[in-house]
Design a protein around this ligand. Structure first.
Ligand code: TYD
Ligand code: MG
Length: 457
C-alpha cells in the first residue's frame, strides 16, 4: 500500500506544491490551493482493466517506428476540424474549455450528430437531463437517430457502458460533474477531476474511443478549472467570445496532432453554431468613410492570416497621469511604441490618454501589428484618417527600425485577396513582384512609414 501523501494543487493553473500556501507559487493567484491525497488513486489504477498487469513495453529504435500519418475523423464543421489539426485522431483526448454558456455543448452536439451518421458515438451528459439534450437537438434540427445519450455522472458506470457499446467517440459534458467511487472527494474537486480525467485518458490510450472532455472555466469557487487537466490531454481547445457579440472563437492552446494557436471562427445563431469561413470580414469594421485612428493590419492566427482593424483614440488627459489602455493587445507593447514614436518620429503623446483596441474581440500577441498600432496612434492624434484601402504590418524595433515579420508574403496575399490596394510593410518582406491589385510601399524606419503616409494620402 502506498503511503498516503498530501499534495496541494492550484484550482486555477493546476500547479502542485507539497505545502499549503496562501498564494500559488506557479500562477501567483491567492487562495486557490486545495489539498488532495495521492494515495486514493492507487487502487483504481490496478482496478481498471488490468492495465497494471500489462507487459512492459520493449525498447524500439526510432528508425524502426513507422511515422504514421494520423487517421482523421472530420467533425462535420470545417472550422472545428481546423483547430483540431484536421479532425479527431483515434485514441486521442481533447479538452474543450470555456466559460459556462459560451456554446461548448452546442458545438459538440452538432459535431456528434454529424459523426454519429458514420460511426457509433456517445454523449455523456452530467449537467443536463436527457430531455434537455433532446430538446436542444430538436431545436438545432440535428438528426437525433444517430445520437446515443447517457445521463450519468459516476465514472465507473460510464467506463462500463463504453466498454460494452464500444463507441468511437465519447463526449463527457462536463468533467466537473463526474465522480469516481475510488475517491471520497466531492465532484468538481481537483482530485476527482484529475482522477476521472486520468482514467478516461487511459481508456482512450488503451485502444479506446476518442474522448472529448468539456471543462468549465471557473472564476471563483470550489470547482477545479480545466487548466488542471492541460498536461494530461493531447489537445487543449478554448472557446472564447465576449458576451456582447455572437461570434465565438475556438483556439488550440496545445495540440499533439496539429498546430497551436489555430483559430476556428463561429457565429452563434438561433439554430446553433454556424461556421464563419471568411473571418477577415468580421474583424474589419467597414466604415462608410475613412475615420481617424483606424488602421488595418494582417495578423497570423495559427496558420491563417487574418485582417484585423486596429483602433486608437488619443484624448487630452484630464488628470495628471495619462491613461494607457489596450484591449486585445499588449499594454507593454503600447508603452514601447509610444516611446519609439516620441524618440524617432518626434511625436509626443505624453499629455494624452491613449486607448488602443483590436476590433471584434480578437487578441493579437505578435509584434507584427506594431506598425499598424503606431500609424493608428498618429492618425488619431492628427485627426487624419489613413486611406481605407491601406493595410499595414511590420514589427517596430527600439531603434525605430521596421523589422520583417513571419510569412510576410502570405499576409500580403490575404490583403490583396480582401481588396486592399496598398500595403505598407517591411522592406525585408517586400516581394519582387507584388500580387495583382496591390501596391507595396516598403519601409525600413518608422519615420519613413509616417512620411509614406503623408505623401501617399
Ligand atoms: P451551451 O452550448 O449550452 O454552452 P456551454 O455548454 O458552453 O455552457 O450554449 C448555451 C448558450 O447558447 C445559451 O445562452 C443559448 C445559446 N444558444 C443559441 O443562441 N442558439 C442555439 O441554437 C443554442 C443551442 C444555444
Ligand atoms: Mg453545456
Amino acid at each position: 500500500m502506498a503511503r498516503e501523501k498530501s499534495v496541494f494543487a492550484c484550482r486555477e493553473c493546476g500547479g502542485e506544491t507539497p505545502r499549503w500556501q496562501g498564494q500559488c507559487p506557479h500562477c501567483q493567484a491567492w487562495n486557490t490551493l486545495v489539498e488532495f491525497r495521492t494515495q486514493g488513486t492507487k487502487p483504481s489504477r490496478q482496478g481498471h482493466a488490468g492495465l497494471a498487469l500489462a507487459p512492459a513495453a520493449a525498447i524500439r529504435h526510432l528508425a524502426d517506428v513507422e511515422a504514421e500519418s494520423w487517421q482523421r475523423w472530420p467533425s462535420g464543421l470545417a472550422e472545428f476540424d481546423r483547430v483540431l489539426g484536421g479532425g479527431f485522431v483515434p485514441g486521442s483526448v481533447v479538452l474543450l474549455g470555456g466559460d459556462p454558456g459560451i456554446g461548448k455543448s452546442t458545438l459538440l452536439l452538432q459535431a456528434l450528430a454529424y459523426m454519429g451518421e458514420t460511426c457509433p458515438v456517445l454523449y455523456v451528459t452530467g449537467e443536463e437531463s436527457a430531455e434537455q439534450v433532446a430538446e436542444r437537438a430538436r431545436r438545432l434540427q440535428l438528426s437525433r437517430a444517430a445520437l446515443a445519450l447517457l445521463a450519468e455522472t459516476r465514472l465507473e458506470s460510464i467506463l462500463e457502458v463504453v466498454a460494452r457499446h464500444a463507441p468511437q467517440l465519447v463526449v463527457i459534458d462536463s468533467i466537473q460533474t463526474l465522480y469516481s467511487d475510488a475517491l471520497e472527494a466531492a465532484p468538481g474537486s481537483v482530485s476527482q477531476v484529475r482522477e476521472c480525467a486520468a482514467r478516461l485518458t487511459r481508456m482512450a490510450k488503451a485502444g479506446g474511443p476518442v474522448v472529448v472532455l468539456v471543462g468549465h472555466v471557473t472564476k471563483e469557487g470550489t470547482l477545479a478549472g480545466p487548466r488542471v487537466l492541460e498536461h494530461m490531454v493531447d489537445t487543449v481547445l478554448y472557446f472564447e467570445g465576449d458576451g456582447s457579440s455572437s461570434y465565438r472563437l475556438v483556439r488550440a492552446i496545445k495540440n499533439r496532432f496539429g498546430a497551436v494557436n489555430e483559430l476556428g471562427v463561429f457565429g452563434m445563431t438561433e439554430s446553433g453554431l454556424r461556421e464563419v469561413s471568411n473571418p477577415s470580414a468580421l474583424f474589419l469594421s467597414r466604415h462608410a468613410n475613412p475615420v481617424p485612428g483606424s488602421c488595418t493590419t494582417v495578423t497570423l492566427e495559427g496558420s491563417r492570416p487574418l485582417a484585423v482593424e486596429i483602433q486608437a483614440l488619443l484624448d487630452d488627459s484630464a488628470s495628471g497621469i495619462p491613461r494607457r489602455l489596450t484591449v486585445g493587445l499588449e499594454q507593454n507593447r503600447l508603452a514601447l511604441l509610444l516611446a519609439v514614436l516620441h524618440r524617432h518620429g518626434g511625436i509626443s503623446c505624453g499629455s494624452q490618454d491613449v486607448f488602443v483596441n483590436a476590433v471584434a474581440g480578437v487578441r493579437i500577441a505578435e509584434p507584427a501589428a506594431d506598425l499598424a498600432i503606431l500609424l493608428a496612434l498618429v492618425s488619431s492624434l492628427r485627426n487624419r484618417p489613413l486611406p481605407s484601402d491601406w493595410v499595414v504590418f511590420g514589427e517596430v524595433g527600439l531603434a525605430g527600425e521596421v523589422r520583417p515579420v513571419q510569412r510576410g508574403q502570405e499576409r500580403l496575399r490575404e490583403a490583396a485577396k480582401l481588396g486592399f490596394g496598398v500595403a505598407l510593410m517591411p522592406r525585408a518582406n517586400a516581394p519582387r513582384q507584388a500580387p495583382e491589385g496591390i501596391r507595396v510601399l516598403p519601409v525600413e524606419r518608422v519615420e519613413e512609414a509616417i512620411q509614406s503616409w503623408r505623401e501617399g494620402s
